[in-house]
Design a protein around this ligand. Structure first.
Ligand code: FES
Length: 145
């Protein structure tokens, strides 16, 4: 049911933890299952994500997608990080079962929430970033899939 990559990232998740005095922190919940994700960014003066950590109270697919998402955003600019979608994360993991697609939205939304927090703290605007929702509703999931 799960690809080898999903199993690997679930069993050995990368970048688990937290960052003290993070440049941006984003926390989102999945209204469908009640799972929660928090992502921390350490962003330098050139708007490059130097470090990223995450914590989740979520299922295996949420752990695996968050782990992969943190690997994909590390070293990227905030603008590049904004463009990493849950689809890209799923592709990098060689896919997820359809019933688990909503889990991958947690990581994408948490990244957006952390970028929003960073932008607010620094009084800057990140082109294309919309105010994130704290809860990902089911309607939104159905809309996209
Ligand atoms: Fe809740 Fe996967 S079942 S995030």
């Amino acid at each position: 049911m799960y690809s080898d990559k999903v199993m690997d990232h679930f069993q050995n998740p990368r970048n688990v933890g937290e960052i003290q005095n993070a440049s941006g922190v984003g926390t989102v919940g999945n209204a469908k299952c009640g799972d929660i994700m928090r992502i921390y960014f350490d962003i330098d003066e050139n708007q490059i994500i130097k470090d990223v950590k995450f914590k989740t109270f979520g299922c295996g697919a949420a752990v695996a997608t968050s782990s992969m998402a943190t690997e994909l955003v590390k070293g990227k600019s905030v603008q590049e990080a904004l463009e990493i979608t849950n689809k890209a994360v799923m592709e990098a993991l060689d896919g997820l079962p359809p019933v688990k697609v909503h889990c991958s939205l947690l990581a994408e939304e948490a990244i957006h929430a952390a970028l929003w927090d960073y932008a607010e703290k620094n009084g800057i605007k990140i082109e294309g970033l919309k105010k994130p929702k704290s809860d990902i509703g089911e309607e939104e999931i159905e809309e996209e899939y």
